[in-house]
Each structure stands twice: as C-alpha cells, then as structure tokens.
Design a binder for this molecule. Sequence first.
Ligand code: 76R
Length: 275
Amino acid sequence: MTHEYVTPIVPREGWHVLHLFYHVDHSQWALYGDDEKRHAKTRLTELVQEIRATPDTHLLIFSVVSPKADLGFMLLTPDLQVANTFEKQLCLSLGPEILSPAYSYLSQTESSEYTTTREQYAAETLVGEKGLAEDSPEFEAALKEFDERMAHYLKHRLYPVLPDWPVICFYPMSKRRSGNDNWYSLDYDARRKLMAGHARVGRTYSGRILQLITGSTGLDEYEWGVTLLAKDTIDIKSIVYEMRFDEVSARYAEFGDFYIGLQLPLDVLFRRICL
Ligand code: 76R
C-alpha cells in the first residue's frame, strides 16, 4: 500500500474487524472483454496478496450461500486507517461497477469482562470446588496451568488467527434492554453467573466451532458481531439452537440477519460466483 501520512488509529488492545458483503453486477461484468475480466481478477488477487502480507492482518474470503450477497470478506487489522483503505480498494478491485455493498459490519476484537480471573479460579474452583489448600503443590500447579491456558486464550481473543474451516456464519447481536429484561440493569455478579452458564454450553462445541465475538457498541447497529467457523453446518445449527435455551440468549439476546459463507481459494471462488 502506498504510505499515507495520517495518524494510525490502533486500539489500545485488539484489532479492528470488518465483515464486508457484496453483490456482483453480472450485467456489467458481461460487458467486459476477456482481457478486462482477466485483469480485474488479477487486480483482486494481487490486492488479496498485499492485504495478507500486511503485518498482523488477516483476510477471509468466502462465497455467500444465498442471494443475500455473492462475495464476502472478513478483514482483521490493527489500524482503522488501513482497514478503511483496504475496504475501499476491495470494493473497487474488480472494476468500478462490479461490486456493490450488500451488508457490512464494523467491530473490534475484545477481551471479555466475564473471563474467569486468577483470583476467582483460585477461590471458587481450586479451593471451593476441588478443596485444595492454598499453599499446597497441587494448588500451585493448577494455578500455573490456569495462567498458561488463559494467556493463550486471551491472546486468541484479541489477536486471533482463524482456521480455514469451510463454513463461516456471521450475525450481529445485542443484549436486550426492555422492561424487566434489561441486561444492562443487572448487577455484575448476576451477569457473570449467567455468562458462566453460556460459556459451559459453548465449551461443549470445542473443536467443532471456533467462535469469535467482536464488540461493536458505538461502532455499528448491534453490540457484537458473532463469527462462527465450522466444518459442518450441523454444528452451526446446533450451537445456535442450543444457545437459544440458555438464559443469556433466551431472555436477553436480539439478533440481526444471519449470513452463511464458504471459505474458498480465490480461483475456485471466482468460478463459484460466475466471474
Ligand atoms: O472468557 C471467555 O471468552 C469464555 C467464556 C465466554 C464469554 C465471556 C464465551 C464462550 N462467550 C462469551 C461472551 Mn460466547 N457466544 C455468543 C454466541 O447465538 C447466540 O445465542 C449467541 C451468539 C455464540 C454462538 C457463542 C459461542 N458470547 C459472549 C458475548 C459477550 C457478552 C458480553 O460481554 O456481555 C456474546 C455476545 C456471546 C455470544 N461462547 C463461548 C460461544 C462458545 C462456543 C464459547 C466457548 C468458547 C471456548 O471456550 O472456546
């Protein structure tokens, strides 16, 4: 990318995340000659390579299943200036009239305020549930194991590297704020207890679902973007179904539209979307 002398907008922690969905205008594409078509695809291919070669930057590309959109990108990068630049370039890369935005979502990776802390784990799980004495070697070992697991986990939430699993599901969601069902008027302990139940359900999908929850309060229409990656749509369908019964979702969640995409290598994707 040509260097622009503008102040970077890099969050104190985490990265910016853009979900981008486009329609292809096939009537405009049909007007392109073979050379123009080849050049257009080369431009997009080179741009994708440039984006993927940018430090700390990831780009997922997928064909959208259903006419809600044709082509989707998920871009993760620290600097909003860079995200903005790439987003404009992606939209134009096939030619000025080929891609038109169908939907988009801006969010940031974030750590959760409900993640179990070292102190909670020590007091509630190790002493409370497992009955370990605070100065015993077992206690020390278990706490060390917790520290390592959490360091790895927190890093993944803020700086994720997403696998190339074929199925990607995206939807935005908020926590309800109405009458007696106002998430934001619950006190912290009540929210933390509810979230612990949510996480218990979520953990049973380990290895089948990779979830990335990105925060968008003040950035876009909803409060979070939910990105789920899977090898099989049945796992997407069952996690979302099972979560519906969990109080956090049953009582407090509101959802936007759902998008299902298939991650594909670019050459396969071009054929898939009939370019
Ligand atoms: O600390 C952690 O990150 C682990 C516990 C955890 C938190 C704090 C967790 C685990 N989630 C957390 C936060 Mn989740 N999650 C969703 C959805 O469709 C629906 O009903 C809801 C959409 C899914 C499918 C899902 C899956 N989670 C959140 C938040 C932020 C809440 C806030 O801050 O108020 C939202 C909006 C949200 C929504 N969650 C998990 C999963 C899965 C699979 C897990 C287990 C992950 C793992 O342990 O690897």
